[in-house]
Design a protein around this ligand. Structure first.
Ligand SMILES: [Zn+2]
Length: 358
């Protein structure tokens, strides 16, 4: 018994030493800190928004973070993706892995899991179904609808964030207690519209939106329901404008997701209106991703030996890269291929067929 008491005192001291400044903040306190340490959060996308959210939640002592990202670090990411450095870009380190390494150095007392994957109907429930909260760090409408389907189906809240140019949006969704994302945005836009590849993005708006996301996460995890956001927030950091729309009454009874419980993205079979695209733009790197029709693991070693005679090949334990003149192909173990240097989905698909095989 005495040993138990001693251990408890040592643990208390440890928690106090690390987290005292936020435990002194009354809405968190000791009880809130204990809740954070027991919480499980998934972050989808470890780019600009995701790295900032992950940094905050790691330092705050959220006990478990699953870091999901499909991409690797490049020099053009460093302007706004706060956890990465030049060494990560030179090593072609996957963002999920590079983020885990940085975050583990910041807080070794929490559990961090890196998942190198594209969120898809096949893996979304497995990756998001066992956490207390989901954070949106994506740059992609389709993935947000997929997150929303899991959220509605499983009753798991998610925190939305989006940034472009100097502007950002943020909201908190916890259906059925709140409207869902589809109540506000019934369908993805026909085209990706403006992306950070075409109109750019500046880092300060990323920090602001991701910090609002992290704050909403902390509020939910310490169960401060009274302060959870109930507005869709729209900020332009360059124009210095801040707008909010109250969304408490925005629930749409005809919403396919939270009204009819029809999960068109999660259940989207190939060819269906909302099926997972095989080919998609990857924002921030002028690249097109092609994914295999069915999930599969590829042997990077075997393909590397085939590619040696074609062009310059580089490899690490997570991916394989081939440079043919101005085209750069990057193949991941889950069979996804990033094609840089082409401007059409058809050309990207042809590279996939030719160099990986469907
Ligand atoms: Zn809805």
């Amino acid at each position: 018994m005495q040993k138990h008491v001693k251990e408890r005192v040592a643990m208390d001291q440890n928690i106090w030493t690390r987290y005292s400044r936020q435990m002194l903040f009354a809405p968190i306190g000791r009880g809130g800190q204990e809740k954070l340490l027991k919480s499980r959060v998934a972050i989808v996308g470890l780019g600009a928004l995701g790295t900032v959210s992950a940094n905050h939640l790691t330092r705050a002592g959220v006990g478990y973070l699953r870091l999901i990202d499909r991409d690797f670090v490049e020099m053009s990411n460093l302007q706004r993706q706060m956890l990465f450095d030049e060494d990560d870009a030179r090593a072609l380190r996957p963002k999920a892995v590079a983020a885990r390494e940085k975050l583990a150095a910041i807080n070794s007392e929490i559990e961090l899991e890196a998942v190198i994957a594209d969120l898809s109907p096949e893996n979304a429930e497995a990756l998001l179904g066992d956490v207390d909260l989901i954070i949106d760090g994506t740059d992609n409408f389709y993935v947000r609808f997929l997150i929303n389907d899991v959220s509605v189906k499983r009753g798991i809240p998610w925190v939305h964030g989006a940034v472009i140019k100097s502007r950002g949006m943020h909201a908190f969704f916890h259906p059925p207690h709140t409207p869902c994302y589809r109540c506000l945005f019934p369908e993805p836009p026909a085209s990706q519209g403006e992306t950070c590849d075409t109109v750019g993005v500046i880092a300060p708006i990323v920090d602001i939106i991701a910090s609002l996301e992290a704050t909403a996460a902390l509020k939910y995890l310490v169960q401060d329901e009274a302060h959870l956001p109930h507005t869709l927030i729209d900020i332009d950091v360059w124009a210095l404008t801040w707008g909010q729309i109250d969304i408490r009454q925005a629930k749409n009874p005809a919403c396919p997701a939270c009204g009819d419980r029809h999960f068109e993205f999660l259940e989207g079979q190939a060819g269906a209106p909302f099926s997972a695209p095989l080919v998609s733009m990857v924002c921030g790197r002028n690249a097109i991703q092609v994914r295999p029709r069915h999930a599969k693991q590829v042997s990077l070693e075997e393909i590397a030996s085939r590619w040696q005679s074609i062009g310059k090949v580089r490899q690490n334990e997570y991916l394989l890269r081939l440079e043919i003149d101005e085209i750069i192909l990057t193949l991941f173990q889950d069979g996804r291929l990033l094609v840089q240097g082409v401007d059409s989905a058809e050309r990207a698909m042809r590279f996939y067929e030719q160099y990986v095989g469907l």
